[in-house]
Ligand binder design. Structure first.
Ligand code: E4P
Length: 220
């Protein structure tokens, strides 16, 4: 399973890329607004840092505008995946961009039927928003498992991206549901490697060895 960072902050992206934790990046207009520096500059830095899929979202809501923006975004870099909202207009834009060989991530997906339609149009990625479903008392895990089942039933190749991650539990749920990708905020990625018993166990190993006065096998 691939892990992406959901961020438009170049420093966050670089830290996670250098740590070998992420395979790609997703952004959205809200994250762009929070990037802390000029958005164009942020995207340039991210494209120069990460050699993996980087989803950049269109701002148009009509098919023609989405297609025009998508074509321009795709020309920025070969790693760009164009992010399109899953609306009737977006579905038409997907069809056109796909015919032109442009990779599309269909975003703001909340139902298995939306996921079915975008897979039938060969979207490169589908992004069901788990956290926002859980926020309103729906079971994101059920929705995403159903999408997985539907895609497996028909051998759809669209990659399922578990989006709107809120906690490490969501990452585990993404893996258990067999999604292809989970995109996570910086703080969730940071938490994935940590466990208090690891820290306690390591401290005890080192304290015990020091107390024994044994010579280490090698020097660091
Ligand atoms: C995914 O690509 C989206 O950018 C993202 O996961 C949205 O998450 P949110 O619900 O935390 O805004």
């Amino acid at each position: 399973m691939k892990l992406f960072i959901d961020s438009a902050v170049p420093d966050e992206v670089k830290k996670m890329w250098d740590a070998g934790i992420i395979d790609g990046v997703t952004t959205n207009p809200t994250l762009a607004a929070k990037s802390g520096i000029e958005y164009k500059k942020a995207v340039e830095e991210i494209l120069a840092t990460v050699d993996g899929d980087i989803s950049l979202e269109v701002l148009s809501t009509d098919t023609e505008g989405m297609v025009a923006e998508g074509q321009k975004l795709a020309k920025l870099h070969h790693n760009v995946v164009v992010k399109i909202p899953t609306t009737p207009e977006g579905l038409k834009a997907l069809k056109t961009l796909n015919q032109e060989g442009i990779r599309v991530n269909m975003t703001l997906v909340f139902s298995p039927n939306q996921a079915l339609l975008v897979a039938k149009q060969n979207a490169y990625i589908v992004s069901p928003f788990a956290g926002r479903l859980d926020d309103i008392g729906h079971s994101a895990m059920d929705t995403i498992s159903e999408i997985r089942q539907i895609y497996d039933n028909y051998q759809f190749e669209t990659q399922i991206l578990f989006a709107s991650v809120r906690s490490p539990l969501h990452v585990k749920q993404a893996a258990l549901a067999g999604t292809d990708i989970a995109t996570c905020p910086f703080d969730v990625l940071e938490k994935l490697i940590k466990h208090p018993l690891t820290d306690i166990g390591l401290k005890k190993f080192l304290d015990d060895f020091k107390a024994s006065k044994q010579e280490p096998l090698v020097q660091s």
